[in-house]
Design a protein around this ligand. Structure first.
Ligand SMILES: [Zn+2]
Length: 237
């Protein structure tokens, strides 16, 4: 279903985000939580958006599971598995759904509900809710409904892929930078259409410089599941 984003809603969104910037801790060494579920609309989103932070979770002994929802062709799965092996994640699932159909197919939410129950995560990572791709928006809408229905109360970290965001958390990934570069290099098919490896690491460099978090940093919009639902309801109707 095509959703119409009205600018008035975007302005209201930033008005709501702004107070969070004042009292949030702007830098985290590693987000707090030991069970991590990373949701990716497409194979590579997760590595672009939070590859460095996933490695920090893994190094700390946290459990990290990635679930990719759409466009999981055999060639892309191979690339995703190679990247996941570099990241060191414990679980990597690839669902059989098609791009642009996520809101229409009730099976998407049901599969994600299963992972939410199985993994029982403390933290959910997913594309930021204003990320500029319809599948990324759709995934946010599905997650908002699921967290309500499941009574899930953890923290959500929105990550950057197609759009930059207004961060309220940054994480230093300088020590993970080279391995993130190696993981990004696995996405041969995607790097041919856009140089994602360059885009991602350049953005990480910008985040590191502009926040003082380190040489390289990943930036997030962190919010409770309840806040995420409120913002989704405000921005998309
Ligand atoms: Zn994507």
């Amino acid at each position: 279903m095509a959703r119409h984003l009205k600018w008035a809603h975007v302005y209201r969104f930033y008005e709501r985000v702004e107070p969070l910037l004042n009292y949030s801790v702007p830098k985290e060494d590693k987000p707090q939580g030991s069970r991590i579920l990373v949701l990716a609309p497409h194979i590579d989103d997760e590595t672009i958006g939070c590859g460095g932070v996933m490695m920090k979770h893994v190094a700390a002994g946290d459990r990290v599971a990635i679930v990719t929802v759409a466009d999981c062709t055999p060639a892309r799965i191979e690339e995703g598995r190679a990247a996941g092996a570099i990241l060191g994640v414990q679980r990597h699932e690839f669902l059989p759904f098609a791009s642009k159909t996520l809101l229409q197919d009730p099976a998407v939410a049901e599969r994600l509900r299963g992972f939410l129950r199985e993994e029982s995560p403390d933290l959910l990572y997913l594309p930021a809710l204003l990320d500029r791709h319809s599948d990324h928006v759709a995934l946010n809408q599905i997650v908002a409904r699921l967290t309500q229905e499941e009574g899930w109360r953890g923290m959500i970290y929105g990550y950057e892929v197609w759009s930059t965001l207004t961060p309220n958390v940054v994480v230093d990934i300088s020590a993970q930078r080279d391995r993130k570069a190696a993981a990004l290099a696995c996405f041969t098919s995607q790097n041919q259409s856009n140089n994602w490896a360059d885009a991602s690491l350049s953005l990480n460099r910008y985040r590191g410089i502009t926040t003082g978090a380190g040489d390289y940093a990943e930036a997030f919009h962190r919010m409770t599941a309840a806040r995420h639902r409120e913002l989704i309801a405000q921005v998309w109707r």
